[in-house]
Structure formats: structure tokens, C-alpha cells
Design a protein around this ligand. Structure first.
Ligand SMILES: O=P(O)(O)OC[C@H]1O[C@H](OP(=O)(O)OP(=O)(O)O)[C@H](O)[C@@H]1O
Ligand code: HPA
Ligand SMILES: [Mg+2]
Length: 169
């Protein structure tokens, strides 16, 4: 069964803004002092769009003002397509990636990070969440979920009324 055959509340991991804030801060805590230059990182690069909120929180916590983006598109709704780079970060800033933290919200199949890793082999790759297939592609992450769990992020959700289990007559 593919993720799209399920009702959203089945095997769905729903993340609130508060939760992603806490988990992104936990990621920053883990990365603090781990950079190659006396523990420091040169720059943060967000993999758009999902990596932008975690990258903002990490760069705030680690006091990194040099922030760039790489745009990789790989999913249309819950269907995976070929990963493609739509916009690359500044080439002079990146070099081979040494000292650069590349951040995404999650690694699933690992295809997105595989592509970016080829471009910047010396960068450090960090995600907030990870599924088992993608784990070998990520250097640091906070929470692992099973491969058949779909993670719902707060920017893709809205608060709404739900019927009580016993209905309302
Ligand atoms: O490990 P993978 O199987 O490659 O999947 C993970 C990637 O997929 C999602 O991005 P998506 O391409 O949907 O774009 P978005 O961040 O703009 O939503 C997610 O934000 C990761 O970047
Ligand atoms: O579990 C997921 N949730 C949201 N976006 C994703 N992109 C790949 N996997 C996921
Ligand atoms: Mg993404």
C-alpha cells in the first residue's frame, strides 16, 4: 500500500510548529561545536522548501549569518519523481562543501541528499527526521520514524473541526 492509499491519520506523524521548533533546536544543540574550524561552521544551506524553517532555527541558535539555499524538487504530493536541482547556492561560498551545514526537514528515500552530496561531498548533512532507507545519506538527525510513516509538517496543515468518534446526531 502506498502512502496515498491511507487516510491521513493512519501511520501519519503530525508535527506541530512547537514540535519542529523543539526538534530543530535539538539538532542545533547536537551540531554546535562540531564544525571543522575550531568547531565552527562557515555557512548554513537550506534545501528548499522543507529545510528552510529548520535551517532558520539552526542558524539562529548557532549564530550563523551566512545562509543560502539549494532548491531540489523530488515529490509531487506523495509521489516520488526524479530529484532535480532547480537552483544552486553560491559556488564561491560552497567549494566542496567543507564547513557548510546542509539542512533539510527529513530524509526519506535518501535521493535528495544523494544528489546534493555528489555536488558537495565535504559538507555536513543534517535533517530533523529520518526514515531508515535514507539514514546512510545523513550525518546528523534527531528522530527516526518507520519507512511507511508519512510525516505531516505544520506548513502543510491547518487546525480544523473533527467529528467526535460517536457522531453528533
Ligand atoms: O529522501 P527523499 O526521498 O529524497 O525525500 C526527502 C525530501 O522530500 C521532501 O521535499 P520535496 O521534494 O517534496 O520538496 P519541498 O521541500 O519543497 O516540499 C522533503 O522536504 C525532503 O527534501
Ligand atoms: O514523510 C514525508 N512527509 C513530507 N514530505 C515528504 N517527502 C518525502 N517524504 C515525506
Ligand atoms: Mg524538501
Amino acid at each position: 500500500m502506498s502512502a496515498k492509499d491511507r487516510l491521513p491519520h493512519e501511520k501519519g506523524f503530525h508535527i506541530s510548529w512547537d514540535q519542529i521548533h523543539r526538534d530543530s533546536r535539538a539538532l542545533a544543540w547536537r551540531l554546535d561545536g562540531q564544525g571543522p574550524d575550531e568547531g565552527a561552521w562557515r555557512a548554513v544551506v537550506a534545501i528548499t522548501r522543507g529545510g528552510m524553517a529548520p535551517a532558520m532555527i539552526v542558524s539562529r541558535e548557532l549564530d550563523i549569518r551566512t545562509v543560502d539555499t539549494i532548491s531540489v524538487k523530488s515529490y509531487h504530493h506523495q509521489e516520488r519523481g526524479e530529484a532535480e536541482v532547480l537552483k544552486a547556492p553560491d559556488a564561491d561560498l560552497m567549494g566542496d562543501g567543507e564547513g557548510v551545514l546542509i539542512i533539510d526537514d527529513l530524509v526519506d528515500s535518501g535521493k535528495t541528499l544523494e544528489l546534493v552530496r555528489k555536488m558537495y561531498p565535504k559538507a555536513h548533512f543534517a535533517t530533523v527526521y529520518a526514515k531508515p532507507k535514507g539514514r546512510p545519506m545523513v550525518d546528523t538527525f534527531i528522530t527516526e520514524v518507520s519507512q511507511d510513516t508519512w510525516i505531516f509538517f505544520p506548513w502543510d496543515m491547518a487546525l480544523q473541526y473533527v467529528e467526535p468518534y460517536r457522531g453528533t446526531d
